[in-house]
Design a protein around this ligand. Structure first.
Ligand SMILES: Nc1nc2c(ncn2[C@@H]2O[C@H](COP(=O)(O)OP(=O)(O)OP(=O)(O)O)[C@@H](O)[C@H]2O)c(=O)[nH]1
Length: 391
């Protein structure tokens, strides 16, 4: 990492690298400010800044005092930068940071590097060790990203994962090269310094790409989530239900054809609530109903706001024939629940049309039609009741 810190003067190449590193730092600070510090971007900024600052001080300042300290500070900078990459990815994925353990690991490795050089071993060995430590930290970052990619997919996440893996490989290759006869000229040779600086620039550009890819991935997920959720209640909307239904149906079919049931829920005389208390209070009722329905289902079931005052519950993996009783429990829970609104508590009732379907031949359109037929009956029969369509 700190091949750049070897010469005691700032050559043209070195200056170019450091200007580039500072420009990239400024660029990512701007990006982080724009993104309001989300996605753990500050750690990425840290990774740039650490590399740049440590390289500059390692190359330009400390060697005048102690050449080995110059090397050491550069090697430490490389490891801290890799730690920033790991923390950035952990923050981005919402994992606990564990920065104290990371810092202790890096500082411990730094102490070993210092001891190696104090014992008369070449800075080459210290660099090799620090690159190995960086590879370990980056490998952890890679495993986190890979797990996230397996869960969520997405091309940008795939590329980001591949780039981090590439950076692990490049660190290992550099370690190998340093330990082989190829690394012999590390301390003095202009060529190996040039090679080292080129490596650093590649790492910085890689970091830049990973940031862009992760931000793209996060934005893509945000847009998809907005498109599939209802803004008032936060429940899935029709599009979100369509997207998940097929997956649920296939899973239920694979698990031995367990059946699914769909309940279509409609608030009774909702127009009267709006007319009496205003649209705002009506919205509060819908929000409260959405929240209540969400608490009444299992995490594997779906709660959906289909539109207006119409909701859907989709139960999967239930025994055939129990859907009527389940819908009745929902009806009673709604009737008992006072909904908090800006105009005070409001009580509403719901009518529910419910129907079951064998998982293997469920077709959402026809199931919805059957539930709608049952709902129509529940309304006709006087509301605040459940009607079952036998399918
Ligand atoms: N506050 C609010 N009202 C909505 C929203 N979407 C639809 N509505 C209202 O919901 C009411 C639905 O009225 P209707 O379809 O006549 O049904 P209802 O009054 O509930 O009567 P029944 O369903 O026959 O019991 C209409 O007044 C719509 O304006 C919404 O997002 N917020």
């Amino acid at each position: 990492m700190s091949a750049a810190s070897a010469p005691l003067h700032l050559g043209t190449l070195q200056l170019t690298y450091q200007v580039l590193a500072l420009l990239l730092t400024a660029f990512s600070v701007g990006g982080a400010l724009l993104a309001k510090g989300r996605y753990g971007l500050w750690f990425w900024v840290g990774s740039f800044a650490t590399l740049a600052l440590f390289q500059i001080s390692g190359a330009a300042v400390l060697p005048a005092w102690d050449k080995n300290a110059g090397y050491l500070i550069g090697h430490l900078g490389g490891m801290l930068s890799s730690l920033c990459v790991l923390l950035g990815i952990r923050a981005y994925l919402g994992l606990t940071l564990r920065w104290k353990q990371g810092l202790a690991f890096v500082l411990g490795a730094g102490a070993v590097c210092a001891a190696l050089m104090a014992a008369g071993l070449s800075p080459r060995m210290s660099l090799a060790l620090s690159l190995l430590v960086s590879a370990v930290l980056r490998w952890q970052a890679f495993t986190h990203l890979l797990a996230a990619f397996r869960r969520h997919g997405g091309t940008p996440m795939g590329f980001a994962t591949a780039i981090i893996l590439l950076s692990v490989v490049s660190h290992l290759v550099r370690t190998g090269a340093l330990l082989s006869p190829l690394g012999a000229g590390y301390e003095n040779g202009f060529q190996s310094n040039a090679f080292g600086m080129l490596g650093l620039i590649v790492v910085l550009v890689m970091h830049g790409f990973v940031i862009l890819l992760l931000v793209t991935h996060a934005l893509q997920r945000e847009v998809l989530s907005l498109a599939e959720h209802d803004s008032l209640t936060g429940l899935l909307n029709r599009r979100g239900m369509d997207a998940r239904f097929e997956r649920l149906r296939r899973r239920a079919a694979m698990q031995g054809g367990q059946s699914m049931s769909l309940a279509l829920i409609d608030v009774d005389h909702f127009k009267a609530v709006n007319d009496r208390l205003g649209h705002g209070a009506g919205d509060d009722v819908l929000k409260g109903l959405g929240a209540l329905l969400d608490t009444l289902i299992r995490p594997t079931d779906l709660a959906v706001r289909l539109g207006g005052e119409e909701f859907v519950l989709l139960w999967n993996g239930i025994q055939p024939g129990v859907e009527g009783a389940m819908a009745e429990k929902i009806r009673q829970a709604v009737a008992r629940h006072p909904f908090e609104t800006r105009e005070g508590p409001v009580a509403v009732t719901v009518s529910i049309g419910v129907t079951g379907m064998p998982a293997h031949d469920g077709d959402l359109e026809s199931v919805l039609k059957r539930a709608d037929r049952a709902l129509y009956r529940a309304k006709q029969d006087g509301r605040d009741r459940v009607a079952v369509d036998p399918g």
